[in-house]
Design a protein. Structure first.
Length: 228
């Protein structure tokens, strides 16, 4: 074989083998890496965990949840405006780097991402300041989720943001039941709590213990108080 030429080997099935297959494999890996993250400017902040880019794409910050801002005449949840204000200061008008998390988008077609501005990991900063709580998802990066939970424990211990007020609520100080599989928790006696298998069931004397272990209240409970 003349020098400088690469031998292309095909199997009977027609699948490429040897150097060509290796080059194609590397090319695919490179392509995947280039689309796993991007940079864009933030045009508008909707609330503490959602914002809009200059190209009108909506972004939901991965691994966190913040109090909801009231819409259609409904009142804000406690600390919703403070969380929005904090995110505004961090990212509004700035160019951010977004790494896709989990499946990349949710059912509302929003981008789900790990967000960075300069050297600040926004997801972690929101939790660390007590403006958001950790929200576990199976498909999300384990290392990043571990960082978020550690940030939550520090915010909780230091009584940052909403934690002092939330800790005084009546429901907060009742027994809760967690699901090891989903990392959601329920008030004892809730219909969904009764459906958790004994293998996945974990008991907490209060919601603080659940938060500390990385569990979050099931949404249907409407646990978070509103501003009257």
């Amino acid at each position: 074989m003349p020098k400088g030429k690469i031998k292309i080997i095909k199997s009977r099935s027609g699948v490429l083998k040897g150097p060509v297959f290796f080059l194609l494999f590397c090319s695919l890996l490179f392509s995947a890496a280039t689309v796993s993250a991007f940079e864009a400017k933030v045009r508008y902040v909707i609330d503490g965990d959602t914002f809009i880019l200059a190209n009108n794409k909506h972004v939901r910050i991965a691994g966190i949840d913040t109090p909801e801002i009231g819409r259609d005449g409904k009142p804000d949840q406690y600390y919703a405006q403070q969380a929005k204000s904090m995110l505004n200061k961090l990212i509004l008008g700035k160019r951010v780097r977004i790494e896709y998390a989990g499946k990349g988008t949710d059912r509302y077609k929003r981008i789900i991402g790990w967000v960075y501005v300069d050297d600040v990991f926004v997801n972690k900063r929101m939790i660390r300041n007590g403006a958001a709580f950790f929200y576990f998802h199976k498909g999300n990066d384990r290392g990043k989720q571990k960082l978020l939970l550690q940030a939550q424990r520090k915010a909780y211990d230091e009584k940052k943001g909403f934690w002092p007020f939330i800790g005084k609520l009546k429901k907060y100080n009742k027994p809760w039941v967690g699901n090891k599989n989903s990392r959601r928790c329920f008030l004892t006696g809730d219909r969904y709590a009764k459906k958790i298998s004994w293998r996945n069931k974990v008991k907490f004397s209060n919601l603080g213990e659940a938060f500390y272990d990385g569990y979050s209240p099931a949404r249907h409970l409407n646990f978070w108080p509103v501003v009257k």
